[in-house]
Design a protein around this ligand. Sequence first.
Ligand SMILES: C[S@@+](CC[C@H](N)C(=O)[O-])C[C@H]1O[C@@H](n2cnc3c(N)ncnc32)[C@H](O)[C@@H]1O
Length: 216
Amino acid sequence: MFYSQIFRSKQQSMFDKLRKLLVYQQIGKKNFAGSLFDRFVGLDFILDKCPGSTVLDIGSNEGLISYEFAKRGSKLIHGFEKEKDMVKFTKRLFRDIPIENKFVRADLAISGEEFERRYQDILLKEYDIVLFLGVYHHLKYQMPEKNLHDLVELLLAKSKKWFVVRTNMLPEFESIILDKNFQLVSSTPAKGGVGLLHIYEKKVDVDSGSPFFKGG
Ligand SMILES: C[S@@+](CC[C@H](N)C(=O)[O-])C[C@H]1O[C@@H](n2cnc3c(N)ncnc32)[C@H](O)[C@@H]1O
């Protein structure tokens, strides 16, 4: 019984490795589902509001979503991404783009506190828009759930106005977002291999709240 369990788990891990290898070979190390166009589905709502904004892009991949925010008028973008080649590509893409930007190779399978500590020299206290697109379901399998929820809380604390999240696992942690005083303002169902997109806006304190950028 014991030996057969070990054998089965070895077989399973060999199968997983083989599957990963085949997937990478077939898609040329593409590390997202769906087409590039699918990855933009539902983002028009926030792109329309981005002129003058500061943006934090978590899991920025090759930077094309950040690029679109820059093109549509964001004034500063910071991106964090695990894959070295993707960060290299993004830096190249942004070489001649005349807005403040930093793209950092980083493994974000860490708690919010650790993220803040490691990148204190780069991170702003807050960003108008925080993008958390297609990353939650990756991090979920890389770190303890408590640390992941911690990280989500830190990202919410850094979202001055908008928190934009794409994952079919949203029901798992949406209560954290709503508890932090955000309200859902746009929802786009999963499509063509990319997940459910929700855009949340921070509720404004009527006494102190004021519009902070064009379209805000
Ligand atoms: C599905 S892609 C989404 C890319 C982009 N945000 C978008 O919506 O098109 C997930 C991204 O998260 C990155 N990622 C996965 N695990 C990560 C980690 N531990 N730290 C930083 N980035 C990670 C992947 O390399 C990949 O670029």
